[in-house]
Write a protein that binds this ligand. Structure first.
Ligand code: FE
Length: 330
């Protein structure tokens, strides 16, 4: 009797210890982009990463509903606007890490240390190379000029990517100038707003419009599939503040059971050996300045980033949504 009790206690201790080493990640990043990295981490460290994938909205709601009972140790998602939102909802916990401070530039992480960028995407201008010369292009604001009347395509303002872009513009140009620009965009639309970046890029290539704004990796995917498309990439605002960049990133959850393991995994993701794995699979840029992008991404050329902290995208999100609504940007 005593013996079996002892055995049960030892066994319970053993299983809870194994469980304690696992790291549970709630991820809104496409599962096929995260799986290979998790496998590589397990191979290197023996640590199990349990992945729960869903869209960011439901995942954040779930985290909030679970509260301190949540099994999640990490929230991984795209766009600083979403990470900022998670922080506002009280879902994340600040963590200080010299490793992350060294690997992630300050403008790509939360000033309160609740989340850290792990890959960079730029949201820039794309054009039909049969219709437009790059010399005709300059800035996001220039796309509001009447010379682009009937030539501009945009993705819907409902997508966080555009809310973040307009949020950054608000932080930099103020509400009056930003609203003028967004109204100008709406006046220049060739057709109604698109549901996603890929369809919008295809419309540019098909000649339905001449210019538009999209994330770099969508362009990368499309050109990989159809290299002959008459689509060019143009780095916006190089004479001004620089091209709008955003991140995918992660934070330790407020009620993480394995905070240490969570931080270790995030630190590993920012390291030189993991950064290419994490960024290249989605044709993104590494955040770690010591790591070079994949050759096919590097081929798009160097560009000046806008160095405004990406947290501004979130802080201005609500204001951006209202502004776009007033401007008639659907
Ligand atoms: Fe995307």
């Amino acid at each position: 009797m005593k013996k079996s009790w002892l055995f049960a206690a030892v066994f319970a201790c053993f299983t809870s210890q194994v469980f304690a080493e696992d790291v549970v990640v709630y991820s809104a990043r496409a599962e096929q982009l995260v799986k290979p990295i998790i496998d590589a981490y397990k191979k290197e460290t023996g640590v199990n990463i349990k992945l729960v994938s869903d869209k960011e909205g439901p995942l954040m709601e779930r985290l909030r509903a679970e509260g301190r009972n949540s099994p999640a140790d990490i929230l991984l998602t795209v766009d600083a606007g979403n990470l900022w939102q998670a922080s506002q909802m009280g879902l994340l916990k600040p963590v200080k890490s010299p490793v992350l401070e060294a690997n992630v530039p300050a403008y790509l992480r939360d000033p309160k240390n609740e989340w850290y960028g792990l890959s960079i995407r730029a949201r820039t201008i794309f054009y039909n190379t049969d219709k437009i010369k790059p010399g005709q292009l300059s800035s996001y604001a220039d796309l509001a000029d009447p010379k682009w009347k009937g030539k501009l395509c945009l993705r819907t303002s409902k997508k966080v990517y555009n809310q973040s872009l307009v949020g950054m513009m608000l932080a930099e140009m103020g509400p009056v100038q930003t609203e003028k620009v967004v109204k100008g965009w709406v006046n220049n639309l060739a057709t109604k707003e698109f549901a996603d970046d890929t369809k919008m890029l295809e419309a540019i290539a098909a000649g339905q419009c001449a210019v538009g704004i999209a994330n770099t990796y969508y362009y990368g995917r499309l050109m990989e599939k159809s290299p002959k498309l008459p689509l060019g990439i143009f780095w916006a605002d190089q004479a001004g503040k620089g091209t709008h960049v955003n991140i995918s990133g992660a934070g330790v959850t407020k009620y993480a059971k394995n905070e240490k393991g969570a931080l270790k995994f995030i630190e590993w993701l920012s390291s030189a050996k993991a950064q290419n794995m994490f960024a290249d699979v989605n044709l993104e840029y590494p955040v770690n300045p010591k790591v070079k992008p994949a050759p096919e991404v590097a081929a798009w050329g160097n560009f000046k980033h806008n160095y405004i902290n990406v947290a501004n995208a979130g802080a201005r999100q609500a204001e951006a949504v209202k502004l776009m609504d007033r401007a008639g940007y659907k």
